[in-house]
Design a protein around this ligand. Structure first.
Ligand code: NAD
Length: 297
């Protein structure tokens, strides 16, 4: 099927990248993808996309290159070097990096890409796997206004709240704040769950009524069933939230902002990971509170 829409290359078809790229296919965009797992490439092809055997093959004809990989080292690995995006993309291509990484990595990438005639915006997201599937993500963008405007129709196929936050790296700074708020919120919910259960209150009833009042939150709505069923299949892995708590505590220290509660929650996330729970959903912060409260988990 031919299309006048921009040709998209998608690098990183994980928990988020797979459903997001499928939403672009549904919107009519031609998508060629590359990722490390063969089953994810097969999934893209089944959804109507094209699977590539390398980054170079995926990006060579692309107008827009979307990246969704775990962290700064992976963004650097896919971007730089002879086999990377910058060496193999067309001049004038636009990279939309949707990974959550350090603001400095985004700033450096934009600078290095500019030398090759390639444009970049940072566009990390919030809303989790469910938000990706439902195309209702919040997308926080850093970069040039003209590039944001060009990316907007594509981003509108992926999310609902899409905001240009400032120059390169600003999207990542806002995402770091997002991760601070989410972690602290999950921790508060987890503490409430253990408190309620130990008090003998019906947990389902309690969480329902709490969620209708000021204590309600998107976190509670999205994670209530994880708490109730002790279902910690990711979702958003503790390993990734550990990375994000490192980003936000480091960035805050650099600008002289104190995050006392965030720093404690960062330690709790790190401790959970050290106990072997890094592959679980971040709602597994409940397990940390249970252990601290003398429960066997
Ligand atoms: P994931 O681990 O499920 O997927 C990452 C993908 O990147 C994998 O498919 C892997 O093959 C690919 N990848 C890694 N290195 C690569 C390379 N060198 N070449 C090609 N592909 C490579 O991770 P995810 O949960 O999809 O998260 C991706 C990003 O989105 C992270 O930065 C994360 O913090 C952020 N994020 C995740 C969620 C969530 O709920 N999962 C929500 C918001 C933001």
């Amino acid at each position: 099927m031919s299309s006048n829409l921009p040709k998209i290359a998608w690098i990183g078809l994980g928990i988020m990248g797979s459903p997001m790229s499928e939403n672009l296919l549904k919107a009519g965009y031609p998508v060629t993808g590359f990722t490390l797992e063969q089953d994810k490439l097969d999934r893209l092809a089944k959804a109507g996309g094209t699977s590539a055997s390398s980054i170079a093959e995926a990006v060579k004809d692309a107008d827009v290159i979307i990246t969704m990989v775990p962290a700064s080292p992976q963004v650097e690995a896919i971007s730089y070097g002879p086999a990377g995006i910058l060496e193999n993309a067309k001049q004038g291509a636009l990279i939309i990096d949707m990974s959550s990484i350090t603001p400095q990595t985004s700033v450096d990438l934009a600078k290095n890409a500019k030398e090759k005639g390639i444009r970049v915006i940072d566009a990390p997201v919030s809303g989790g796997e469910a938000g990706a599937i439902e195309a209702v993500l919040s997308i926080m963008v850093g970069g040039e206004k003209a590039d944001f405007d060009e990316a907007l129709p594509i981003l509108e196929a992926l999310g609902k709240t899409i905001v240009l936050c400032g120059p390169h790296g600003s999207g990542q700074t806002v995402k770091a704040a997002n991760q601070l708020i989410v972690a602290v919120n999950i921790q508060a919910c987890a503490e409430a769950v253990v408190f309620l259960e130990k008090s003998g209150v019906d947990l389902q009833a309690a969480l329902d009524v709490l969620n209708g009042g000021l204590a309600g939150s998107t976190v509670l709505t999205r994670k209530k069933d994880n708490f109730l069923n002790r279902d910690f299949k990711p979702g958003f892995r503790i390993d990734l939230h550990h990375k994000d708590m490192g980003i936000v505590t480091d960035a805050a220290r650099n600008v002289g902002a104190a995050l006392p509660v965030g720093a404690v929650v960062a330690q709790l996330v790190a401790s959970l990971r050290a106990q072997g729970d890094g592959g679980l959903d971040h709602s597994a912060l409940l397990r940390a509170v249970e252990r601290l409260s003398g429960q066997q988990v």
